[in-house]
Design a protein around this ligand. Structure first.
Ligand code: TLP
Length: 341
């Protein structure tokens, strides 16, 4: 099977498995797991924040951030297709009791003037705005890199209104590798960031949330409340350390494979999309000559796994589990399916 469903399907390589086996362990709820402590220090340094914390998943990282920054009855500005709004089962409403304020972005980016317009006035009829959320790269926009200038502009608005900004940076290392902008420059625009170790970076489990020391101190309590306090979590952290030390640069290969795929698919009759829209490792296309369900199931029968993300759109995601040869086979298979062969 050529698995292009997600970069979450990546498996730990030999070196990671060995690091997991050999990891020095302790009880992380007591703060005594040396591997977790090392990972958290390394991660904080890489994103230029005072402190960081390991969480089991990106979803928990985002939700811990929302819980830590906000209080019930307030409003959180977010992009209408963002993961926090679209894919987290309304967790922010259920747990944090916030009201989401979804705004339509452009290629996943929220214009600063739109954000400013959406910030609530002080009026008893209105929920106070408590947080602005951004996502970089933006998953449902097609793995798009949110330009640093756009993030800086939102940051300026946030400073003006004294509001925190949380970045869902599940794939912030993809954004950095693709754009050449250091991760720290993106994260300098936000109060907190969540990023995933378990996507393109290849670790089996885990995400990081980072921010100021007081923010992370509060976030630890929220993680515990949610049941995310893990004990000998060094077995996860050991893989996470290798992910950060050895897997960042190779994301460029995933991007090159996505570009190859995009160009191959764009040349096919019956597929509509602009390959120039592909910035990183996600390719989202619209078939015009058959339904997405049919395309998805025909591809699956022939050994290519994708995900349908909209009634008219299919997503292909590259990762270290697929190579150039797999991409060439995929293009050929899509061509056969579209041609009805
Ligand atoms: N994304 C998954 C699915 O949940 C859609 C995927 O296959 O792309 N933020 C962003 C931007 C994400 O893309 C994801 C996962 C998360 C957060 C959540 O991470 P996990 O799956 O670790 O909870």
């Amino acid at each position: 099977m050529i698995d292009l469903r997600s970069d979450t399907v990546t498996l730990p390589d030999e070196a990671m498995r060995r690091a997991i086996y050999e990891a020095e362990l302790g009880d992380d709820v007591y703060g005594e797991d040396p591997s977790v402590n090392r990972l958290e220090e390394l991660a904080a340094d890489m994103v230029g924040k005072e402190a960081a914390m390991l969480v089991p998943s990106g979803t928990m990282g985002n939700q811990v951030a929302v819980l830590t920054h906000t209080s019930p009855g307030t409003e959180v500005i977010m992009e209408a297709d963002s993961h926090i709004y679209y894919y987290e089962a309304a967790a922010a409403s259920v747990f944090a009791g916030i009201q989401p304020r979804p705004l339509q972005g452009h290629r996943g980016s929220l214009p600063a003037d739109l954000v400013e317009w959406a910030i609530r006035q002080d009026d008893i009829h209105l929920p106070p705005t408590s947080l602005i959320c951004l996502e970089n790269t933006h998953n449902r926009a097609g793995g798009t890199v949110i330009p640093l200038e756009d993030m800086k502009a939102v940051h300026e608005v946030a400073v003006k209104y004294d509001l925190p900004v949380h970045l869902d940076g599940a794939r912030i290392f993809n954004a950095s590798v693709a754009s050449g902008v250091p991760v720290r420059e993106f994260t300098a625009c936000v109060s907190s960031v969540q990023f995933c170790l378990s996507k393109g970076l290849g670790a089996p489990v885990g995400s990081i949330i980072a921010g100021s020391r007081p923010f992370i101190d509060d976030a630890r309590r929220w993680r515990k409340r949610l049941g995310g306090g893990m004990r000998q979590a060094g077995i996860i952290a050991a893989a996470g350390i290798l992910a950060l030390e050895t897997m960042v640069d190779r994301l460029a290969e995933d991007h090159a494979n996505a570009r190859l795929l995009a160009e191959g698919l764009a040349a096919l009759k019956g597929i509509e999309f602009n390959p120039e829209d592909v910035d990183t490792n996600i390719v989202i296309v619209r078939p015009t000559s058959m339904s997405v369900d049919r395309l998805g199931s025909e591809l699956e029968k022939r050994g290519v796994l994708t995900v349908v993300i909209e009634p008219d759109r299919v997503r292909f995601t590259t990762s270290k589990e697929v190579n150039r040869n797999d991409i060439e086979k995929t293009i050929k298979t899509v061509q056969e399916v579209l041609a009805g062969n």
